[in-house]
Ligand binder design. Structure first.
Ligand code: DCP
Length: 701
């Protein structure tokens, strides 16, 4: 019997709903002729047929797996239909999948609190709905139970005598003498079955579900019987389930912590954890983690279903595996004041950052438009290598800054964040590999994300307030933008700039930044700028506060009228000028706006680019990229393939933006692949007081 659990969590009804082979279903809905055929969705990369990212259950029967490439899949299943993931801006475009996920969420959210946990999975708190059903129309009194509910798998309900399984389920649901918890779960069975049927009817998608008394157990159960089935975990079956469950199957135990439990503590199943007193686990892993482990061994989890239908962050990323790594080779190297200074050619980085930022900006604008939410933090993540040091543990540091709306601003800030990261990253090598540090660099992954997304108070004035002063670059003092257009100027050794962070470091999958008030943010983010930089930055920022709204930020068109009338009333006047703005904007955007029947301030951010040279830059870039591609293709075929293998093509190809929306255990899986050489060291797990701290990227293993 499980040890005593908190009353409240015992009597909750939680469901975890997970779409079946989701991307495949989305593609099959677009191309119904693929239904019922072995089908897989492949990444847009064509090498060896592209990496499989979703596999239909028909294809799985032939042995097709997600770890394969298209060509391998064809070998095991020649008739497999390979559909390429949609592409936009030279990278995977997931918007179709996101929207399809939203369709499902809108149906599931009808019966209780709903938390969208990833692109294709949702938690539901159905406690109130179940209590209500129990009070009004309890299952034990129902004459007919729906077929879909009768197909449920109820853990612990053994069918040893070979009798009709559905009949057993019907009896279980009808039991008059069941305890309150089981009665609630019986209601949950009926509610979830009905929701799943509605999803199928309205979206044509099938999904699977787990129904239990907490999120952890519901999640475990939803994956047990797929596709298109549901699994129930009655309280009495919890111990049996966990006793034999490999710990790596538990959410959060797929990574370092799971490895440590196995290697250091000899824990292979969740049940094995039961032998350790809470104090022992706390001693080894810290207070919070120790208690959490003690609890999960007993099936205890008080985690609430958050009422959240929208994502916590937006991200856009791309990987550049093997020979496609973006080169930051030195274009010029000179000695100034006895320091080696070099100018790195960052054409490629800049081009791709621009693409990623454009996508991010579009998504931010839609979020603002549709959900009236605004993001506060922009973060840049990258991975880099140095060809002579591929085993390096050195990570390219993630960098953050306050987010300014407008594509051009996001692009500018992201590039500056990149430079800040690169300076620090190169500083590491500057000290380590004197003399040779100026060559052989490659960027294998770039991504930008926006986090700290909060609702804005309604009303145009409030929106305007939010954007006040955003034209001031947080980096205005750091680099001349003229230089930044095509080059990053780096001073070496950059160790002189290291020390305290100039920008916050954040965790890619789980940003946990405390967002300070703007003034304190500024203080917090500048400590290692040199004195002149600090001065410039703070004067730039105080200028912003004094001047308030800077018109080029949104649009000269939008604001000119307002400013002419009365600067002190500019926010109010902006609202008055809506109709003028609306008609001007309509001319530019035409049909799109007309379709929506409303103008949107956000559309303007998208279309307005204060840097008229943008088109020239991309033209410039095209030539540069062509050159880079040519130099890459100068590898012989064998060399090139060898390099690809060496850089773990399968792994590197996974798009970081895809990752952020994946179920957490998949993210863990991918992260583990990405750092294979970091997986084994002994004692890699150090004590820490919280799980998030434990997994913090800044924490050295
Ligand atoms: N995905 C991806 N890259 C990966 C793994 C998954 O892009 N390495 C995408 C494609 C999947 C979607 O995320 O369709 C959801 O992932 P799941 O792990 O839930 O897997 P599926 O929904 O494809 O299959 P299942 O029925 O096993 O849940």
């Amino acid at each position: 019997m499980p040890v005593a659990k908190p009353e409240s969590s015992d009597s909750r009804v939680i469901a975890h709903v997970d779409m079946d082979c989701f991307y495949v279903q989305v593609e099959q809905r677009k191309q119904p002729q693929l239904r019922g055929l072995p089908t897989a969705v492949v990444q847009y990369n064509e090498w060896k047929g592209g990496a499989l990212i979703a596999v239909s259950y028909e294809a799985r029967k032939f042995g097709v797996k997600r770890s394969m490439r298209g060509e391998e899949a064809k070998e095991v299943c020649p008739q497999v239909q390979l559909v390429q993931v949609p592409v936009a801006r030279g990278k995977a475009d997931l918007s179709g999948y996101r929207n399809a996920g939203s369709e499902v969420v809108s149906i599931l959210a009808r019966r209780g609190r709903c938390e969208r946990a990833s692109i294709d999975e949702v938690y539901l708190d159905l406690t109130d709905a179940a209590e209500m059903m129990l009070a009004d129309n309890p299952p034990q009194g129902m004459e007919a139970i729906d077929e879909e509910a009768l197909k449920s798998h109820i853990l612990g309900l053994n069918n040893e005598d070979g009798s009709d399984v559905k009949e057993d389920v019907r009896k279980w649901i009808h039991r008059h003498n069941a305890d309150h918890r089981d009665k609630l779960l019986a209601c949950g069975i009926l509610i979830v079955a009905e929701l799943r049927m509605q999803v199928l009817k309205k979206t044509e998608f099938t999904c699977s579900a787990g129904i239990a008394h907490n999120k952890m157990l519901a999640k475990l159960a939803s994956g047990m019987n797929k596709p298109a089935q549901q699994t129930v975990v009655p309280f009495s079956s919890v111990k049996g389930l966990l006793d034999t469950l490999p710990i790596r199957k538990m959410k959060q135990l797929g990574g370092k912590l799971g490895i440590s439990l196995q290697m250091d503590m000899g824990v292979n199943t969740v049940g094995d954890l039961l032998q350790f007193p809470e104090e022992k686990l706390q001693e080894r892993y810290g207070i919070n983690t120790g208690t959490w482990l003690w609890n999960i061994a007993r099936g205890i989890s008080g985690e609430e279903v958050e009422g959240r239908l929208l994502p916590k962050s937006h991200g856009s990323g791309k990987t550049f595996p093997g020979p496609r790594a973006l080169k930051t080779v030195p274009a010029v190297r000179v000695f100034l004041n006895k320091k080696c200074s070099m100018i790195l050619s960052c054409h490629e980085v800049k081009h791709w950052l621009n693409q990623l930022c454009e996508e991010l900006s579009d998504r931010l604008c839609s979020d603002l438009d549709q959900n009236k939410r605004i993001a506060h933090t922009l973060t840049l993540h990258a991975r880099a290598y140095k060809s002579s040091d591929s085993d390096s543990q050195k990570k390219f540091p993630s960098k953050s800054c306050p987010l300014r709306y407008g594509t051009a601003k996001i692009q500018e800030d992201a590039f500056n964040l990149f430079q800040a990261g690169l300076r620090e990253y190169i500083g590491f090598y500057g000290g380590k590999t004197q003399g040779s540090h100026c060559s052989g660099w490659g960027i294998t992954s770039l991504s930008v994300s926006a986090s700290k997304i909060v609702p804005i108070p309604s009303g145009t004035c409030s929106i305007v307030k939010y954007f006040q002063g955003q034209s001031t670059s947080h980096f205005s003092s750091m680099q001349s933008l003229d230089n930044l257009n095509t080059e990053a100027t780096l001073s070496l050794p950059s160790g002189v700039r290291s020390g305290s962070e100039c920008y916050s470091e954040v965790n890619l999958s789980e940003p946990k930044i405390d967002f300070p008030k703007e003034e304190s943010w500024i203080k917090d983010t500048v400590p290692d700028l040199d004195l002149q930089e600090q001065k410039d930055l703070s004067s730039a920022l105080s200028e912003k506060t004094q001047d308030g709204f800077i018109q080029e930020d949104i649009s000269p068109l939008l604001l000119s009228g307002c400013l002419e009338q009365n600067r002190s009333k500019q926010q109010r006047d902006l609202t008055k000028d809506e109709s003028q703005f609306k008609s001007e904007y309509k001319e530019r955007k035409g049909k799109r706006l007309k379709d929506k029947g409303t103008y949107s301030i956000i559309e303007l951010f998208k279309s307005y680019n204060p840097n008229p040279s943008g088109s020239f830059l991309s033209h410039e870039y095209n030539r540069t990229v062509g050159g880079t591609d040519a130099s890459s293709s100068s590898y012989s075929r064998d060399e090139e393939e060898g390099r690809r293998e060496a850089w773990g093509y399968n792994i590197d190809e996974i798009d970081p933006s895809v990752m952020e929306e994946l179920p957490t255990e998949i993210q863990d899986e991918i992260k583990a692949w990405m750092q294979p050489h970091k997986r084994r060291p002994n004692n890699m797990v150090k004590r820490s007081c919280t799980i998030s701290h434990y997994f913090s990227p800044s924490k050295k293993s």
